[in-house]
Design a protein around this ligand. Structure first.
Ligand code: GLN
Length: 470
């Protein structure tokens, strides 16, 4: 069911929030063995939240849209009193001492939280295979990855184990799994959603966003979680929330750009066909399609894979075996506690990024790597700014190929990084982007990426809806 269907069912008393919650919990029990979308099921919390909503409804109080709607939360977002592992052994026994701001906002609406979903360790990866607790499986083909890093969240939505989920996106981690699992994912503008209570990965790139069944649902969830939070100084009030303006998109006036650099060697021809067909549909609806150029595209991925590990290496310094989390038992002195806890607690990809990032930031190399990558970031940003003077949105694939087999790329980090080639630019420049299912290659879903200008979530969601209803 979608958020809308659940809401209507609840207020029409077709079922109670508690009944619904029990159905989803039973479904998780059945599906999780196959899919491994959930790392932890918060049954007691979910049931008590559902009971509260039933009381609210029986008292005929106004029922918010998300009230009683069962959801799942990526396991790098803190929910007070519930474990939060970030997919890592180092936080295996960590229990969140407070709620993330997004969770507070959902709780104000009467959320029902079913549990925490699987992810690549500290959100580093594109397949969930980097999780310390085993990979999640793609519901459309269990031998394939669901994408990452929010693979558990997307797989949970796609397999009807929850109505919607939250994910985080640092370089594609909402959009890629949404695309691979055939659901909708929104990466909001940097600053649109508070990061307070999100386990920090790369702080200039991270954003929390919704993973849903429909574009309409993505908007409902986004509207609740977005906006200024004094606990995150990079968050801002977004205009759609202040003015509540209805920015109806006129398809006849819509200018859509298709970047040439996103359809070059390397893209799977079947994926290309599906995406081109979706673009054609917009043309049939009356939009004006123009080819545009983003000449620095090929440098975005290498720049991202300098900036991302650099920020990650700084953020992950806090896991020292002393303050919280895993602490090595066999350490003789303080230095050994640091070394052994980090060596035993972190997986390969996390250690790789810490080493790469520390190197890129070190004296003598900083200018050659980190600083240079930041300059490239500006070039990429300039490309987009120029193009956005001529067009309203851009349409691209989310991934160059369909979901791949579990095990296919995990031993070759470079081939795994290449999965992110169409998504990382968006995080480097901070604009919003939507991933929406538009077709299949065999039985495997393909997602279209709709990229908008800063804080134009409303517009890209409207444009997504046009496709859904065409
Ligand atoms: N796959 C990308 C990476 O490994 C993106 C991860 C993310 O968005 N969290 O960095």
């Amino acid at each position: 069911m979608t958020v809308k269907e659940v809401h209507q069912g609840l207020i029409r008393k077709e079922f109670s929030a508690l009944e619904l919650c029990r159905v989803y919990l039973a479904r998780i029990k059945k599906e999780n063995k196959k899919i491994n979308a959930f790392l932890d099921v918060s049954e007691a919390l979910a049931l008590s939240q559902a009971k509260e909503i039933d009381t609210l409804i029986s008292q005929k109080k106004e029922t918010p849209f998300l009230a009683g709607v069962p959801c799942a939360i990526k396991d790098n977002i803190l929910v007070e009193g519930i474990s939060c592992t970030a997919g890592s052994k180092i936080l295996e026994n960590y229990v969140a001492p407070y709620d993330a701001t997004v969770i507070k906002r959902l709780k104000d609406q009467g959320v029902v939280i079913l549990g925490k979903t699987n992810l690549d360790e500290f959100a580093m990866g594109s397949s969930t295979e980097n999780s310390a607790f085993g990979p999640s499986h793609n519901p459309h083909d269990l031998s394939r990855v669901p994408g990452g890093s929010s693979g558990g969240s997307a797989a949970a939505v796609a397999s009807d184990e929850c109505v919607y989920a939250l994910g985080s996106d640092t370089g594609g981690s909402i959009r890629l799994p949404a695309s691979f699992c055939g659901v909708v994912g929104l990466k909001p503008t940097y600053g649109a959603v508070s990061r307070y209570g999100l386990i920090a990965f790369a702080s200039s790139l991270d954003q929390i966003g919704p993973i849903t069944k429909t574009v309409e649902d993505a908007k409902v969830v986004f509207d609740v979680i977005c906006g200024r939070d004094r606990l995150d100084s990079t968050s801002i009030e977004i205009s759609s929330k202040i003015e509540n303006k209805k920015s109806k998109v006129q398809i006849k006036n819509l200018k859509i750009g298709v970047p040439k650099e996103y359809f070059v060697k390397g893209i799977n021809s079947e994926v290309e066909k599906v995406i081109k067909k979706a673009i054609k549909k917009y043309e049939e609806m009356g939009a004006e399609i123009t080819e545009v150029r983003l000449p620095h595209t090929e440098y975005a991925l290498p720049a991202y894979y300098i900036i991302n590990p650099s920020e990650a290496s700084a953020n992950l310094a806090r896991y020292d075996g002393v303050k919280y989390g895993f602490s090595a038992k066999d350490a003789a002195d303080l230095m050994e506690i640091y070394l052994k806890s980090r060596e035993q607690g972190f997986g390969d990809e996390v250690r790789r990024r810490i080493m790469l990032g520390t190197y890129a930031l070190s004296a003598g190399y900083y200018e050659a790597y980190y600083l240079r990558a930041q300059k490239v970031r500006t070039l990429v940003k300039n490309d987009f700014e120029k193009v956005f003077q001529k067009v309203d949105v851009l349409l691209t694939p989310v991934s160059p190929f369909p979901p791949f087999k579990i095990g296919e790329r995990i031993d070759d980090p470079l081939s795994m990084y290449l999965v992110d080639v169409y998504t990382v630019s968006i995080n480097l420049i901070g604009v919003p982007a939507l991933s929406m299912p538009v077709g299949k290659v065999g039985k495997l879903p393909v997602g279209l990426q709709i990229i908008g200008k800063h804080f134009e979530e409303e517009k890209i969601l409207e444009i997504g809806k046009l496709y859904e209803s065409y």
